[in-house]
Write a protein that binds this ligand. Structure first.
Ligand code: UGA
Length: 476
């Protein structure tokens, strides 16, 4: 099928590349001229595993081209809208870009088109799109509007697209539903040449869930908000563990063994970030408010997340006593591993807090340093975790890159001023790090010092409203 994708962000680019990979003829547009020319010249505006290879392959056989919005509108029988919906100051999703695309389609397209919203949008956006298209259409455009939310995680988006658990479509006409089924058939049947695996791991075929547009739109916001809630929940459990002297890893393991709960998204840390969860939770709260539904549960999820960095800084403060003048080796800037994305990353707030207190920050990230430089100009960027650790008073881990699991702790022991690791992602093995002579502080787990077995915290702590003397709690 002739398919257009408008917007070459990580969702649009992955969608365009993967739809071409499964056999469609795809035209992808990008309004940022610099980004567009990079793509047209074979470059990549983002780091996303496998994506560059897939794009290279499908461009070679002529199934993917890049160009302007106008060309994209002229090309596709189906048009996927993948433009950004960033947050406004009041938390609402900014639908400016979506509106602009709808207007351009209405003005330029003729004949029948299936217009698909893939960007994350508030419920009832499909209805607004229909209204807008009919108001502005000048060329006798006939159309259906459908919703097809994406569930792509940055860092694994190609794999998520080609081997999804579910494909959700919201269509209010049989013609729209049939077309979307046709587009996704190779994925539903898992019949395509997989660019990632030579032998795809056996898994269940994806569920193709067809619903109305409003429900599909809600599925996306509700899914992201639920996952964010899971993270904030385990982060609060981690706080409690720190006070009473329990180990959150064990608590999460015990909870996750219940299939109704499941083990995923129960890793505590310095909070969720990225361009999806923070803005989607906010937008979902606003949607509920405007609909007269009290969703204050999600306000708490947000608040808990906002306090994560401050809670983490407190850990650093507690160890260093005086932060001013201390050298911090900051490992990781991306909001999560395997991406170069630093949007709404906890690292941004953490670095600001450390600089405000007078620390010197020497950072290293395998992929995100270029993007970080424009938003964090006042720190030193290093070429390796070792360089960052040179003379450091603390190694602070913000992103759980695999590379940090493989470092040579003996070499680091010689490089640092003080052997202290503050691990915001609980990614390291406490026994291993302390065996190498480091003092190890993590999240929701007892502090471990060299030569000591992990032991329960016995101090008086005050964590977000919980004030307990741990020893007395343990004695009961
Ligand atoms: C998320 C969803 O997982 C995707 O399904 C969705 O399509 C996407 O948003 C989107 O709306 O476009 P993504 O933002 O790439 O994907 O990242 P996640 O892997 O979901 O992680 C989000 C944040 O939660 C990260 O900061 C991560 O470090 C944090 N997290 C995740 C935790 O703190 N603990 C966990 O247990 C899991």
């Amino acid at each position: 099928m002739k398919v257009s994708v408008i917007g070459a962000g990580y969702v649009g680019l992955t969608t365009a590349a993967c739809l071409a990979q499964i056999g469609h003829d795809v035209f992808c547009s990008e309004s940022d001229v610099e980004k567009l020319s990079k793509l047209q010249n074979g470059g990549m505006p983002i780091f996303e595993p496998h994506l560059q290879d897939v794009i290279k392959g499908v461009r070679k056989v002529g199934r993917l081209r890049f160009g302007s919005t106008e060309e994209a509108i002229a090309w596709g029988d189906a048009i996927f809208i993948c433009v950004g919906t960033p947050p406004l100051a009041n938390g609402d999703a900014d639908l400016c870009a979506i509106e602009g695309v709808a207007r351009a389609i209405a003005k330029r397209a003729s004949g029948y088109r299936l217009i698909i919203e893939k960007s994350t949008v508030p419920v009832q956006t499909g209805g607004q799109l229909r209204k807008h298209l009919s108001v502005h259409s000048t060329n006798g455009l006939r159309y259906d509007v459908a919703s097809n939310p994406e569930f792509l995680r940055e860092g694994t988006s190609v794999e998520d697209f080609l081997h999804p658990d579910r494909i959700v479509i919201g269509a209010d006409s049989p013609r729209a539903a049939d077309l979307l089924h046709e587009i996704y058939e190779p994925i539903v049947k898992q019949r395509f040449t997989c660019p990632i695996h030579s032998d795809c791991p056996k898994r269940k075929d994806p569920t193709f869930l067809a619903t109305d547009t409003n429900s599909a739109e809600l599925i996306k916001h509700a899914s992201n908000s639920f996952l964010a809630m899971k993270i904030s929940f385990i982060n609060m459990v981690a706080n409690l563990c720190e006070v009473v002297g329990a180990d959150v890893t064990k608590v999460a393991e015990g909870m996750g063994l219940d299939p109704r709960i499941g083990p995923a998204f129960l890793n505590p840390g310095i909070g969720f970030g990225g361009f999806c969860f923070p803005k989607d939770v906010q937008a979902f709260v606003r949607i509920a408010e405007k609909s007269g539904c009290d969703f204050s549960l999600l306000r708490e999820v947000e608040k808990i997340n906002q306090r994560r960095v401050e809670h983490f800084v407190e850990k650093i403060r507690k160890e260093l006593w005086v932060v001013r003048g201390k050298k911090i080796a900051l490992w990781g800037l991306a909001f999560k591993p395997n991406t170069d994305d630093v949007r709404f990353a906890p690292s941004l707030t953490l670095v600001k807090a450390l600089l405000d207190e007078g620390a010197e920050v020497n950072a290293y990230d395998p992929e995100a340093m270029e993007k970080a430089k424009s938003v964090l100009p006042n720190i030193t960027y290093c070429s390796s975790p070792y360089e960052a650790a040179e003379g450091a008073d603390a190694i602070v881990i913000v992103t759980e890159w695999d590379e940090f699991r493989q470092v040579d702790w003996d070499r680091l022991r010689l490089a640092v001023e003080r052997p202290l690791v503050v691990d915001g992602r609980n990614m390291l093995d406490a026994a291993e790090v302390t065996r190498r002579g480091f003092h190890y502080v993590s999240v929701g787990r007892p502090v471990v010092t060299p030569g000591q077995l992990p032991s329960a915290a016995k101090d008086v702590h005050s964590v977000e409203g919980v004030q307990v003397e741990a020893a007395s709690v343990l004695a009961k």
